[in-house]
Write a protein that binds this ligand. Sequence first.
Ligand code: IVH
Length: 687
Amino acid sequence: MIEIKLSSKQAKVELKKLAKKIAEHDKLYHGEDEPRISDSEYDSLRHKNEEIEAQFPHLIRADSPSKKVGFAVSGKFSKVTHKVPMLSLANAFSREDIEDFYDKIRRFLGLDEQEEIVVFAEPKIDGLSFSARYENGVFVQGATRGDGAVGEDITANLATFLPQKLEGDFPEILEVRGEVYMSHADFKNLNINQEAIGAKIFANPRNAAAGSLRQLDSSITASRNLRYFVYGMGEISDNSTKSQSNINIYFKSLGLITNPLVQELRSVDQIFEYYNNLYAKRPDLEYDIDGIVYKINRRDWQERLGFISRSPRWAIAHKFPAEQAKTLLEKIDIQVGRTGALTPVAHLTPINVGGVIVSRATLHNEDEIRRKDIREGDIVVVQRAGDVIPQIVAVDLAKRPVKSKEFAFPDRCPICDSHAVREEGEVAKRCSGGLVCRAQAVEQLKHFVSKSAFDIDGLGQKQIETFWKDRLIAKPADIFYLEERDEKDPLKSLAHREGWGKKSVDKLFQAINERRNIGLDRFIYALGIRYIGSGTAKLLARNYGSFDGWFESMKGDDYENLLAIDGVGGKVADEITRFFEEKHNVEAIKELSGLLNIKDVEAPQSKSLISGKTVVFTGSLAKITRAEAKARAESLGAKVSGSVSARTDYVVAGESAGSKLKKANELGVTTMNEDEWLEFISGGKNS
Ligand code: IVH
């Protein structure tokens, strides 16, 4: 080690200079790909900085280069695809919900009443989730959750407070998952400082943590004193932990911070004891929690239980009761959504509900307003739970003004004045204007470019609004004509619009062109058919495999086959049928498909014998439950159907199988018993 002889004053000046210099070279290297010094010169600058910091630790700056790893801070975060998706949790609010969670697990795993189910309880931290990747014990990349599949690269920011190196016996690759939060004291101090400098005041610690983590300049993050707890993992190269509680111990041995209030619990009674205790402790904790997460402790059971949609079957979030407050309902406004539904929205005198300022609340529909007799001018009880949109739970009738009048729900669309009709069995009144209605057309377009649909960089909700207003885009296909339009008439190029330039327009066209390659599931979802969320869109895509397969089937009458898809019910099948009965919808899809390359659904990567095959389970199974059989088959890429047809590949017949087995035999479909099936999917036999 080279001894640098400096006074404290000189050291301070030197550290400041080095921080500035290294940041400049970081920017040149990572942000602009134009390094001006050699790697070894750069290393020696960092080395010098470390030496001085080692001698004068009290002088380490908030923006010290040693707290950064020198990653791109380039005006925008780059994207990180999570190797293992970051999922969310199902919620429980009552004892019944928790008992239901236990029952489902018992049924799925086929456990009897006597078998003990141990859960690992952890406080549910109200912060922001992150993923941090360590390679050979060194922190190399950090990301936000994003949409669960793709997050943002916040490596430089996480590096300001996560350990750079793991201790102890770390695996070659480890991705840890956890929550970033800000303590109550830090939150208070931050707001005092913000106020003093006239900067933004944060509504709650979670917002403050979010604002601090998503900073393009990581020195700001470094100054905010963020903290974290880890609670799970993504990719790991050598995974021998047998339980969730072991994972917790293991994380601690690696030098990572885990929550100290975690506990193993062995019954629903113990769960409630823990819940009541933590609920009582909540006001004294130095960070916000919004509930408790229970995770099935055994890892082998976690694996068998797997996932349903976007949440693990093996974990549940037990939420604390919602926060409530009273305020004035100033006005009821009617909004028109993508499908034409008229939704009443309450405008409130802003009120703080459990740390969040609320000024609007949903009123759901006409019946809800009538049932609760909610009127403009009422003092109402507003409730907020987690991320759910605030709701009005009751009216304080004692405070109702004498002249108050019942709310008259409109019969016409407030946007296009078309009739608003309520069909039988429906709760919502709908505008009958279809795409004539500005609100529907714009909302439909916004949906088309939303995150889970086309997700075009640079074409967000705001741009869609203005492009629509200026008649550049009237329908989804128009997005893909923008470039051609620009080339034909350069005088009217988008580059002349306010806020746009040649560079940003070129980037937009590039992003649009990249999205001409689109997965079938995203394409189906983007169409905005009622009741088709991204989960159902995936089911449909997997079932039909290719755009042509799907489109041709939809144009014909495929109602029965739609219903046979596990997870597709009558409501969805009805809606798809209705959608395809409209000629203009079929035309729009045809036009779009000509502009796009809609990719077939790739079979899962595993070389499963049953990927893409259709399987029907019938009769009672003895070794695994029906739910587990279905989940396992699906995880191997098979489609599980409820009825046998000529399209069925395998029928697995358990005890006392009846008509389905008979039909399979008549149609010449391959049938197997349970043992044969289990052997088959474990790769033991091919047919
Ligand atoms: S486990 C696949 N454990 O809650 C399992 N999540 O509502 C995923 N969270 O996105 C999460 N504390 O941001 C887990 N102890 C904890 C947690 C926790 C907070 C957050 C996390 C997640 C969200 C799900």
